[in-house]
Design a protein around this ligand. Structure first.
Ligand code: FAD
Length: 287
């Protein structure tokens, strides 16, 4: 019989899939979001009102594997573990060093950040810019979903009731440089007012690839391949005159809310400045 406050600790990923199907238990990786979400009173154990499936210890979910074309990150690899992995892209490492604080990074996972699906999740713009995809598994098999089709709204995603996020797959790609900016109230333990990820490739004086992804300014991460295409392969000399105009193309996509962390006006204004600064920096690079 399934009761509240039951915690399952499976011995393998297979067992975790089976328990998830049989009991509908809620996956818990580091618990840094879940323990806060279901906290009631000081001194009482948080109670999500359904069984909990602890998966943070599973070896199959806690690994980084580098292949020829991609890097595969197990969903329960902690932030601290990712920082010591050579294969993890530098832009993701930079984002992690600005996320929370060392104790939270010792427990928190990138899989938890994705499945929590908060518009303020710091890794999300980076993972969108890197065009990562997610391997979701259940007792019957696996499916792969691009991250921009997985997160559908604040706290909403395409994970089925019987699924577990197994891996994050980051395709390898050549970039000349990257930029990650987090606007927050202070450097540690502050959720983002805005988070910004930019990647670019410059060859023979032309922008060959540019990716801009912005978090916390709309229900889901803002990225526009259409606008990016208007920047690619135009000689940098013509682009240099129009970075403000190019940044302004993002204005209709920036739909921030006012909340305890910031206001609509501040978020919208600063976002356009971040885009403009990034474009200016890209255009000044040699290549
Ligand atoms: C003090 C503090 C500061 C913080 N600062 C930041 C910050 O600066 N930036 C930021 O982005 N976040 C921050 N957070 C939020 C949190 O630490 C991150 O979102 C973290 O990545 C969550 O990972 P976790 O493993 O702890 O997730 P958990 O709490 O274990 O889970 C979060 C959600 O994801 C689901 N889930 C987790 N893993 C899986 C999986 N493999 N498959 C399916 N579902 C899964 C859970 O069921 C739950 O719904 C902070 C939290 C605290 C308490």
């Amino acid at each position: 019989m399934v009761t509240q406050n039951v915690v399952y600790r499976p011995g393998s990923l297979e067992e975790a899939y089976r328990l998830r199907t049989d009991t509908g238990a809620l996956p818990l990786a580091g618990g840094t979001d879940l323990m806060v979400r279901y906290r009631k009173t000081a001194g009482l154990v948080p109670d999500p009102g359904r069984p909990v499936l602890f998966i943070g210890h599973l070896k199959d979910l806690r690994r980084v594997e580098e292949r020829a074309e991609e890097v595969r990150i197990g969903s329960c690899t902690t932030y601290t573990e990712l920082l010591s992995q050579k294969a993890v892209p530098e832009i993701l490492k930079r984002c992690i060093t600005l996320l929370a604080s060392p104790p939270i990074r010792n427990r928190g996972t990138v899989g938890g950040n994705i499945c929590n699906s908060s518009p303020a999740g710091d890794t999300l713009p980076v993972l969108h810019a890197l065009e990562c995809s997610l391997v979701l598994g259940n007792i019957r098999g696996e499916r792969t979903v691009p991250i921009d089709r997985f997160i559908t709204g604040p706290g909403e995603n395409a994970l089925s009731e019987d699924e577990i996020l197994k891996e994050i797959v980051i395709p390898k790609a050549a970039f000349s440089g990257w930029c990650y900016r987090k606007i927050g109230t202070r450097r540690a333990n502050a959720l983002a007012k805005i988070s910004f990820a930019g990647l670019y490739l410059i060859e023979s004086g032309e922008v060959h690839d540019i990716r801009i992804a912005i978090g916390a300014v709309a229900p889901t991460v803002v990225r526009s391949r259409e606008i990016e295409k208007t920047i690619i392969r135009i000689p940098r000399t013509s682009l240099q005159r129009s970075t403000v105009e190019m940044a302004a193309r993002y204005r209709p996509l920036i739909r921030p809310i006012t909340d305890q962390r910031s206001t609509t006006g501040y978020r919208a204004g600063v976002t356009l400045v971040l885009i403009e600064q990034f474009l200016t920096a890209v255009l000044q690079k040699k290549g």
